[in-house]
Design a binder for this molecule. Structure first.
Ligand SMILES: CC(C)(COP(=O)(O)OP(=O)(O)OC[C@H]1O[C@@H](n2cnc3c(N)ncnc32)[C@H](O)[C@@H]1OP(=O)(O)O)[C@@H](O)C(=O)NCCC(=O)NCCS
Length: 161
């Protein structure tokens, strides 16, 4: 069974391992590069884990299967009523099992009634389909992918009020 939970203080090392695995696995899906984030020190990962473990400004959620972390997602508040979903990743060995959907649900729960939006690389069909299945619609907003400006990313949103 796939479960999700919010990151806990002191889990900087787990966050680092999962995030760097995501960046190495699918570089074209993310705004930052593996090279950039591999340079962050232990203190930075611990600071992130701590900050994202509580409060309403930013959050990280892990998906777990039999106590092993198999996915990651982040949420951060763009404005009073809009949350951005970021850093979505399911480990390749756990794909097609509902990890992505469970992680979207974790962010939607955390967002409450607030709208949720995200950027997805154009042509990333698995991710776009996942978000569509969760009710997101593709907008006309397009921008260069920060980690590789040769690619575009498109904005999707889920309006909730
Ligand atoms: C996108 C990603 C998170 C999907 O995770 P997942 O755990 O395999 O997805 P789920 O099992 O929860 O699938 C949910 C829905 O997504 C769709 N989907 C998932 N993978 C798909 C694929 N390869 N092709 C088509 N649709 C797919 C399905 O429609 C599914 O809905 P259904 O079960 O009702 O048919 C995963 O492929 C991944 O980590 N990719 C690399 C990183 C990435 O692209 N992140 C997105 C950044 S915006």
């Amino acid at each position: 069974m796939i479960t999700t939970r919010r990151i806990r203080p002191g889990e900087g090392a787990v966050l680092r391992a999962v995030r760097l695995a995501a960046l190495a696995d699918t570089p074209s899906a993310f705004a930052r590069t593996h090279e950039e984030e591999a340079q962050y020190g232990v203190d930075e990962w611990d600071r992130r884990a701590d900050g994202w473990s509580r409060g309403t400004i930013g959050a990280t959620f892990f998906a777990e299967h039999e106590d092993v972390v198999v996915g990651l997602v982040g949420g951060h508040r763009l404005s009073e009523r809009v949350v951005e979903l970021v850093s979505m990743w399911a480990a390749p060995t756990a794909r097609g099992l509902g990890v992505g959907r469970a992680l979207v649900d974790a962010v939607l729960d955390w967002a409450g009634d607030d709208s949720v939006e995200l950027w997805v690389t154009r042509g990333n069909e698995p991710a776009q389909r996942l978000y569509e299945r969760c009710g997101f619609v593709t907008t006309d907003d397009v921008q260069p992918l920060p980690s590789d400006p040769c690619k575009d990313e498109v904005r999707m949103q889920l309006r909730r009020r």
